[in-house]
Design a protein around this ligand. Structure first.
Ligand code: NOJ
Ligand code: CA
Length: 570
């Protein structure tokens, strides 16, 4: 397998972009490619060198584009193939690489393959999907197995009133395809080839962990904790051994040594040692691998019924998760770093603080940026955008991933007030809210009301225009921080020197250093209150800091809420 020895993404800072809420170019309330093209200079000025764009292919948008109905057409709400070509051209002019989100675990049920599969039992397309007979027990029909899906209780959806079911690991409108079928695999190679020939620089392979299933479809023996008859058992369709050979074949046939980056989404059930096999620098089929381990380290996930005050960042767990991936990866493979994406709440509400909004947003930026790996920021993080703190049930129910769970929580007896306080801090639509461009109607996103929910950031001084003009804004802090990280000396230091944690056992502080000709050290208070940190170093310089003045007395650093430093130390 041919892999590049000094890949371009090692020098880049990435940006995760959700096109529907980024910028509306034709004023119909929906973000689109012309809107995005008009804001490329904003991304360039931020210092971003690669942009992963969430799905833009034709789709009925049941799961916001992750349900593709035509891989060779751009969803008209986002634009045309011509717009994509213009985007590639204009982005490349500005030194920005474009990564497309590529869904190859499932299609939309509206995809012509699936429609034909349903209609013609002998068709080639029928073999692209996982269609199995249900089980008759005492005259009653049951799904082929007790496997649960990510979005609905069962992985199986009955086909009409037949005794057959199709398999879906996510929503019912997203049937999974059968990767054991070589003809199907070839289809995906052709699609990738088409977009690489167009000039696309890489793909983020959606839900790639799930391509291989346990084809026996035997029942899971895990306990059915909620008593609905189904269990979500990752061992049945996540990171299974067959996956490696599918991905190797895909890389060899689709990439063919071209300088294209393959980023896999491998999810929560993978161990770092397995991850290294997938992303190994010399023989791994993928280049970068998104795990979920550093995303929910505060008890927020599934925290229905808990009070907001109970959601507290577990700093030790965060450090532990960063370090176990670092230990496994740094010699063997590159690694993406991120706080959140379009599937999570905003990081400000996750590990940051509304009360210390600027301080915490800056602290999170700095802390992530100098860890080993390729950093990716999620759109709006650079402005300190917040969750939909006033979002309604209707706002949250716009997401297929949340809609069913609202019904389930009501059925379980939770009040709408309890459900709302949970969703306002944890639902993924929080991060999909409308980008805050300026203090103008609809935040400058569009001249008409956006279809996705919009927070109040632009009314609170957290918008791109206002922040551009303020030298102390979060946005300008991001720009400075990215500029430093991208300097060759610091980039090499971060990627090539050993990462050393400082005062590892400190429960409130993340502190680490990289030793070199110039040794740099990050110290961040992750709490909304003052803490102390013993500091046995000599400060040679302060490259970045989110407060004025240094409170250092007798080797004790007093750290104010979310105070964060990038020091040069001796
Ligand atoms: C992961 C994507 O990030 C998420 O948004 C989507 O719902 C699932 N995969 C299904 O494609
Ligand atoms: Ca539009």
């Amino acid at each position: 397998m041919e892999k590049h020895t000094n890949p371009w993404w090692r020098e880049e800072v990435g940006y995760i972009l959700y096109p529907e809420s980024f910028k509306d170019g034709n004023n119909d309330g929906i973000g689109d490619l012309p809107g995005l093209i008009s804001k490329l200079d904003y991304l360039k000025n931020l210092g971003v060198g690669m942009v992963w764009i969430c799905p833009i292919f034709s789709s009925p948008m049941e799961d916001n584009g992750y349900d593709v109905s035509d891989y060779y057409a751009i969803n008209p709400r986002f634009g045309t193939m011509e717009d994509l070509k213009t985007l590639l051209e204009e982005a490349h002019k500005r030194g920005i690489k474009i990564i497309l989100d590529f869904v190859l675990n499932h299609t939309s049920k509206e995809h012509p393959w699936f429609q034909k599969a349903l209609k013609e039992k002998d068709s080639e397309e029928r073999k692209y999907y996982l269609i199995r007979k249900g089980k008759w027990i005492d005259g009653k029909l049951y799904p082929p197995s007790n496997w649960g899906s990510f979005f609905t209780p069962s992985c199986w959806e009955r086909i009409g009133d037949s005794d057959e079911y199709y398999f879906h690991s996510f929503g019912t409108s997203m049937p999974d395809v059968d990767w054991t079928n070589p003809n199907l695999r070839k289809k995906y190679v052709e699609i990738a080839d088409f977009y690489i020939s167009l000039g696309v620089d890489g793909f983020r392979l959606d839900a790639v962990a799930h391509l291989a299933k346990d084809m026996s479809f035997e029942d899971s023996s895990l306990p059915d904790e909620d008593g609905d008859g189904f269990v979500l058992d990752p061992s049945k369709f996540s990171n299974r051994p067959e996956l490696l050979s599918y991905l190797k074949e895909f890389r060899e046939e689709a990439i063919r040594g071209r300088n294209v980056c393959l980023i896999g989404e491998v999810g929560g059930s993978i161990q770092p040692s397995e991850g290294v096999t997938f992303a190994n620098r010399h023989h791994g089929p993928l280049d970068l691998l998104f795990n979920f381990d550093t995303v929910w380290n505060n008890g927020n996930f599934g925290s229905i019924g808990k009070k907001d005050e109970e959601i507290v960042t577990n700093v030790m767990q965060l450090k532990h998760n960063f370090t176990r991936w670092y230990d496994a990866c740094h010699k063997e493979c590159d690694m993406p770093l991120y706080w959140c994406n379009h599937d999570h709440p905003r990081v400000l509400g996750q590990y940051g603080s509304r009360e210390y909004r600027k301080e915490s947003a800056k602290a999170l930026c700095l802390t992530l940026l100098f860890l080993y790996g390729t950093p990716f920021f999620y759109q709006g993080e650079e402005l300190a955008m917040d969750n939909l703190v006033e979002g309604s049930i209707a706002d949250f129910a716009q997401d297929v991933g949340t809609k069913d769970s609202i019904l389930a929580y009501r059925k379980a007896g939770y009040t709408d007030e309890e459900i709302l306080s949970f969703l306002r801090r944890s639902a993924r639509i929080n991060a999909r809210s409308i980008f805050s461009w300026e203090n103008a109607p609809y935040g400058g996103f569009s001249s008409v009301a956006p279809i996705l929910p919009q927070g109040k950031d632009y009314l609170e001084g957290y918008d791109a225009h206002t922040e551009e003009l303020d030298p102390y804004s979060v946005l300008n802090f991001y720009k400075m921080a990215i500029q430093i990280r991208k300097q060759k000396y610091y980039n090499d230091l971060v990627l090539d020197s050993q990462l050393e944690w400082v005062d590892w056992n400190h429960q409130d502080v993340i502190a680490y250093l990289h030793r070199g000709y110039q040794t740099i050290m990050v110290v961040t208070n992750m709490r909304p209150y003052q803490v102390y940190f013993t500091f046995n170093f000599q400060i040679a310089d302060i490259l970045l800091h989110n407060y004025d003045g240094v409170l250092l007395n007798n080797h004790v650093l007093t750290l104010r809420p979310f105070e964060s430093f990038l020091f040069v130390v001796k």
